[in-house]
Design a protein around this ligand. Structure first.
Ligand code: GDP
Ligand code: CA
Length: 313
């Protein structure tokens, strides 16, 4: 792209993101940088086959957030949701441990049919995004099968069994990504990274949302050889996760929940970390950017994104 076109469109920003937490930040990025200048690379390690359907929870959290369809009060899934299909499944003795609402199911039906017809996940995701009116590009990290597994004292579990069925009660000893050796970056991801003026890591869970993206070797290598800044946002505030198991995982796997422990999850991959003003920034090996990082509305999302964009690009 010519410099003039780039200025006209603003900065090209690529965000690596998990689901709900990441989607909050992605909304802010789109508000600040513009939808057409933003590319999101999403996690597929959480993908799961339920009732014969291919569910991509993290990609859908981003789709729903950007399309204005997310249920913000519940914190996941779609607004205005009903549960008749799942109730029927339960009453018939079917598999009902994974909450799929009726509206949500419609998306999984379409995705599954297109995948069975031979389309790649990236193409299917692009179709869904277009149909939902998104201007932002949403790319899965890979079209290949990549699945997150958790090793715990109670055994080794696929991601959703640990997270949903067992309510992430088991401490995690290790995280593995089935398929990581063969997984190729999805079409468009390397081009987006090569054309980025700034790369951002959303405040997603480092171990189970961002690590599966970074486990795709081509993506990790593209980040390692970047010529533009890469800035992460910490998912912890005052050493605690806003939601979910990130703090417990950091405590056990990294030995603490300070910004330096979060930064340690991204060795050589980030230049700065946006952290909350309540956190202790001592001992960090990347630049700290201190602000209030709780994102509850348009203004607070914008504040966090503007802090991240403040690095010189
Ligand atoms: P998931 O895939 O749906 O579990 O979501 P992500 O992995 O993308 O995000 C989960 C993380 O988001 C959790 O560790 C939360 O602590 C973090 N998070 C959620 N809301 C906020 C917020 O407002 N500010 C910050 N800094 N982190 C948040
Ligand atoms: Ca997730």
């Amino acid at each position: 792209m010519s410099p003039a076109a780039r200025t006209e469109r603003g900065l090209n920003v690529v965000v690596l993101s998990g689901g709900v937490g990441g989607a909050r930040f992605v909304r802010g990025v789109v508000d600040v940088a513009g939808a057409a200048s933003t590319t999101v690379i999403g996690n597929v390690g959480d993908d799961v086959e339920v009732l014969g359907l291919h569910v991509s929870p993290d990609l859908d959290s981003i789709l729903y957030a950007l399309a204005g369809l997310a249920d913000e009060r519940r914190g996941w899934g779609r607004s205005d949701e009903t549960w008749h299909a799942l109730e029927t499944v339960g009453s018939l003795g079917g598999e009902d441990w994974f909450a799929l609402g009726d509206r949500d199911l419609g998306v999984h039906l379409v995705r599954t049919q297109l995948l069975r017809a031979g389309e790649q996940l990236s193409a299917v995701t692009a179709r869904l995004a277009e149909a939902l009116g998104l201007e932002t590009r949403l790319l899965p990290a890979t079209d290949d099968r990549l699945r997150t597994w958790l090793e715990t004292p109670a055994g080794t579990f696929p991601f959703q069994e640990w997270f949903v069925a067992r309510r992430h009660r088991d401490e995690v000893d290790a995280v593995r990504f089935e398929g990581e050796d063969a997984a190729q970056p999805a079409p468009g991801t390397l081009e987006a990274l090569a054309g980025a003026d700034l790369i951002l890591l959303a405040p997603s869970n480092p171990y189970v949302s961002l690590a599966p993206i970074l486990a795709v070797r081509g993506l990790r290598e593209a980040l390692l050889r970047r010529r533009v800044p890469c800035v992460a946002v910490s998912p912890l505030i005052g050493g605690r996760a806003v939601k979910g198991p990130a703090d417990r995982m950091l405590e056990r796997l990294a030995g603490g929940t300070s910004p330096r422990h979060v930064a340690g999850c991204y060795p050589g991959l980030i230049d700065a970390l946006v952290v909350d003003e309540s956190d202790d920034i001592s001992g960090m090996n990347v630049d700290p950017i201190v602000t209030r990082t709780l994102m509850t509305d348009v203004d607070s999302r914008r504040r966090v994104v503007e802090a991240a964009l403040a690095v010189s690009v």
